[in-house]
Design a protein around this ligand. Structure first.
Ligand code: NAD
Length: 476
């Protein structure tokens, strides 16, 4: 199976390795080198900035209808190319092929949804104060956006980062993850093939800290959108603040799952295992801290462990595999360190807890019970295939535990008690709350966190709003 050539997309041109430093792209399931990725020089980034500045008025002037037609065509092209693109994403990131295909379909949906929503960037007319006066509020594109997308959703993250600014009439410089470049380029290429003009959409790769520094400090960039870890999000927010730039920060979480004793335990476990081991747990909304009512705790823990032990792990290109490797070499020691430390602090290992032998960055699905709050894994996002369990007795105590951390991205609860559901809706501190469901991400719904999990939302009308500024015009 061939792997595509890698390039920088700047001002409509594909720029290859010529004279540029390159880094290898590695298949995490086999450790084979897939290709060499050229890294942008400072001059390349200046060129991308100049192109984004020059092309922005042209794109803006096309209007939302014409922009929407182009975005819709791109979503059709993505669906036509689904099989080829999904195979690239699996080889770069490791997730099973059906998961990559679903992600591609969702990426097409995101772009299509923004194709439609762009034409609803309404302003309003205010009641006049004086006869003959007119007071209007209009929404305008914020301007060139710098967007940074991580590797865990190699297709979905770039689609989110491109859909809303392009629909709003902004130009974009996207820096996807260096670990999964061909996936991001496939999304960008569909948009270019659909008619996004040269310079409006630029894709660069490089040393992340150097690229973000150069782009965010440029006066050309007016908006900064980042998905990634909390420490990096804080750095980029501080850099953007120096230029008073609009930011959307979609950072980490540590999702609590509250399981009450009125549920069908096996049905919840089936959902929980599927959600936990999706993308080997490398998901910012992955369910991680399971607080289970003491009456069903042991049954739940043993049932989770049984599912973990029989979960099919392997190369995501093979049929029947439900979990691939961790996405890159750095992740395995990071996950292992958290698990080992929890065991030394008294956590009970019920499944996994070890790297799998052979090639590839595989780590076994892991279940830890009775994990104390003092363990690092109870306080730091593990971003791996591990669930940590604690029993609880009463409602107030478990809500306090769920809200204990300085993060608040996703939270989940399983119960059939309607009053409890309402109280959870009021009391849980998170940007998203799934009740009897782990499905919380879809194009029409806002996706984002509270507390240190970030600010602003991607997707939904909120995602479009993040790319717009408000202007008040008064006439008399
Ligand atoms: P990392 O911090 O090296 O990188 C995370 C992402 O941020 C990568 O895409 C990277 O390219 C980017 N990045 C890093 N420094 C940057 C900078 N100065 N400017 C711009 N972009 C920068 O870590 P990693 O080993 O790849 O992942 C570790 C942690 O990152 C995970 O434990 C998780 O908490 C977080 N993460 C979160 C998400 C998410 O969806 N919120 C996705 C990927 C990683």
């Amino acid at each position: 199976m061939s792997y595509p050539d890698l390039y920088l997309l700047i001002d409509g041109q594909r720029l290859g390795a010529e004279g540029r430093r390159t880094v290898p792209v590695i298949n995490p399931a086999t450790e084979e080198v897939l290709g060499q990725l050229p890294l942008a020089t400072a001059a390349d980034l200046d060129r991308a900035l100049e192109a984004a500045q020059r092309s922005w008025p042209v794109w803006r002037a096309l209007g939302p209808q014409q922009r929407g037609r182009i975005l819709r065509k791109a979503s059709d092209l993505l669906r036509e190319r689904a099989d080829a693109i999904a195979a690239i994403a699996t080889r770069e990131e490791g997730k099973p092929l059906p998961e990559a295909r679903m992600e591609l379909m969702m990426s097409a949906d995101i772009i299509e949804w923004y194709a439609e929503e762009g034409r609803r960037a309404y302003g309003r007319v205010l009641p006049q104060r004086i006869p003959g006066m007119r007071m209007t509020v209009v929404k305008e594109p914020v301007g060139p956006v710098a967007a940074f997308a991580p590797w865990n959703f190699p297709l979905g993250n770039p689609a989110r980062k491109l859909g809303s600014p392009l629909a709003a009439g902004c130009s974009v410089i996207l820096k996807p993850a260096e670990e999964s470049p061909a996936s991001a380029l496939a999304i960008a290429q569909a948009l270019v093939d659909a008619g996004v003009p040269a310079g409006v959409l630029n894709v660069v790769f490089g040393v992340p800290a150097d690229v973000s520094q150069q782009l965010i400090s440029s006066p050309i960039i007016r908006g900064v959108h980042f998905t990634g870890s909390i420490p990096v999000g804080k750095q980029l927010t501080a850099m953007a603040a120096a230029g008073m730039k609009r930011t959307t920060m979609e950072l980490g979480g540590h999702a609590p799952v509250l399981v009450f004793d009125d549920v069908d335990v096996d049905a919840v476990l089936d959902l929980a295992a599927t959600s936990k081991f999706r993308n080997a747990g490398q998901v910012c909304v992955s369910p991680t801290r399971f607080y289970v009512h003491e009456g069903i705790y042991e049954k739940f823990a043993q049932g989770f462990a049984a599912r973990a032990k029989s979960w099919p792990v392997g190369n995501g290109l093979e049929a029947g595999i439900k979990m691939g490797p961790l996405a890159h070499a750095r992740r395995r020691p990071a996950v292992a360190a958290l698990i080992d430390e929890a065991i030394t602090k008294g956590a009970r290992k019920l499944a996994g807890g070890e790297a799998l032998p052979g090639k590839g960055y595989f780590y076994a699905p892991t279940i830890l019970a009775d994990v104390p709050d003092s363990a690092r894994i109870m306080n730091e996002e593990p971003f791996g295939p591990v669930a940590v369990l604690q029993p609880f007795r009463d409602f107030d105590e478990v809500v306090k535990q769920a809200n204990r951390l300085p993060f608040g991205l996703a939270a989940y609860a399983f119960t059939n008690n309607a009053k409890r559901v309402n109280l959870l809706g009021e009391q849980i501190e998170s940007g998203m709350l799934g009740i009897n469901s782990f499905m919380i991400a879809m194009p029409e719904a806002p996706f984002g966190g509270v507390k240190e999990s970030g600010h602003g939302s991607e997707e939904g009308i909120e995602g479009l709003d993040a790319c717009l500024v408000t202007k008040f015009i008064t006439e008399s």
